[in-house]
Design a protein around this ligand. Structure first.
Ligand code: KIV
Ligand code: ZN
Length: 368
């Protein structure tokens, strides 16, 4: 793969579904997956096949139906998980097994209750098994950002030795800042990937400190060529990196990132709408890219500028993400230009004095 291509890995259907209260049926998952395919997502993590019979069915249904994207299933470093993941994704045109284990001291001691040696053994055997089934294997070191560096590099190198081609460095608890995440990724890139062009270094950031998108983007400069995210940023706790924000940041700031993505941006709004409807998770009004107000202008100064030239207050156009035209919303902060525009659109022709009176009345009402 060309290294300046950035792989977009969407985990709405796996990590996104892990949000409290979300439980999608296999059919609903398929609807979302088909929309993600239209959005030209490179890798769709369709679920965690071994986690429930329903999830297995969902992953399998997607593997049978989606043709354009790689279909991945998550698996712990457990033989049965890997077997089930493979059975579920086997029908896909392009499939990936995504194996993970925890590598931080706190996770190994309290969650896995395993020694570092046992964790390394699990990782080695699991990646080896997964590569027997599938030539596209991703390995994730859960809680990588709180993992002792020497140990992280050791386990990631073993995963590569056993045939993993995507190496994921999750900020599982959203603890990183852009500068530490970038230096961690730089180290992983240098030590684990080196000159091996087969290996893709990946990000997976949670949003506990509201930094998931920033952390993911900064990793591009450190050589990461896969970003994992979820539509509308849904996921465990405060959620994941928001897939649509990554796509639009890359498209809008080509000067900064200089990587190529295949995403069909005009499908973004529809994807967000479908995910919100089927998960029952509303999208906050001021959410970047897909929020109801992402392309609305309320204050007089902004409306005036926008009506003269859209680019004064818009860095992306609503149609580029599949949103309807930008909205001029009248409120107490609006000015004469926005008000006149609204009056014109309603088809009224007012004299200068009538317009002045109407505007004064409008201001009085809007203040209340
Ligand atoms: O947050 C995380 O570490 C994960 C892994 C399973 C990739 O979701
Ligand atoms: Zn996660």
């Amino acid at each position: 793969m060309k290294q300046d291509k950035l792989v977009i890995f969407d985990t709405t259907l796996r990590d996104g579904e892990q949000s409290p209260g979300i439980a999608l049926t296999p059919q609903e998952k398929l609807i979302i997956a088909l929309q993600l395919e239209k959005l030209k997502i490179d890798v769709i993590e369709a679920g965690f096949a071994a986690s429930s019979p329903g999830d297995w069915e969902g992953v399998n249904l997607i593997a049978n139906s989606v043709k354009g994207s790689t279909i991945a299933s998550l698996a712990r470093c457990v033989q049965d998980d890997i077997d089930q993941a493979w059975e579920a994704i086997k029908p896909a045109r392009k499939s990936r097994i995504h194996v993970f284990t925890s590598t931080s001291a706190i996770h190994m001691e309290h969650m896995l209750r395993k020694t570092p040696e046992e964790v390394i053994k699990d990782a080695r055997e699991s990646v080896k098994l997964a590569t027997k089934y599938c030539d596209d294997v991703e390995f994730s070191a859960q809680d990588a950002t709180r993992t002792e560096h020497g140990f992280l590099i050791e386990i990631l190198k073993i995963a590569v030795e056993e045939g993993a081609t995507t190496i994921n460095v999750p900020d599982t608890v959203g603890y990183s800042t852009p500068s530490d995440y970038k230096s961690l990724l730089r180290m992983v890139y240098k030590e684990v990937r080196g000159e091996n062009e087969e290996i893709i270094i990946s990000t997976h950031c949670h949003n506990d400190l509201g930094l998931a998108v920033a952390n993911s983007l900064t990793a591009i400069e450190a050589g990461a060529r896969q970003i994992e995210g979820a539509i509308n940023g849904i996921g465990e706790r405060a959620g994941n990196t928001s897939t649509e924000e990554i796509i639009m940041a890359i498209k809008t700031r080509q000067d900064q990132f200089g990587v190529e993505i295949d995403a069909e941006t005009t499908e973004i709004f529809e994807t967000s709408r479908i995910v919100s409807k089927l998960t029952g998770y509303p999208v906050q009004y001021n959410k970047a890219v897909v929020g109801k107000n992402a392309f609305s202008h309320e204050s007089g100064i902004h409306q005036h500028g926008y009506l003269r030239k859209k680019e004064t207050y818009e860095i992306m156009s609503p149609d580029s993400v599949g949103q309807a035209e930008a909205k001029i919303v009248l409120g107490k902060h609006s000015g004469r230009a926005g008000f006149k525009d609204a009056i014109d659109k309603l088809g009224y022709q007012l004299s200068k004095d009538e317009l002045s009176d109407a505007f004064n009345d409008f201001k009085r009402i809007a203040d209340r």
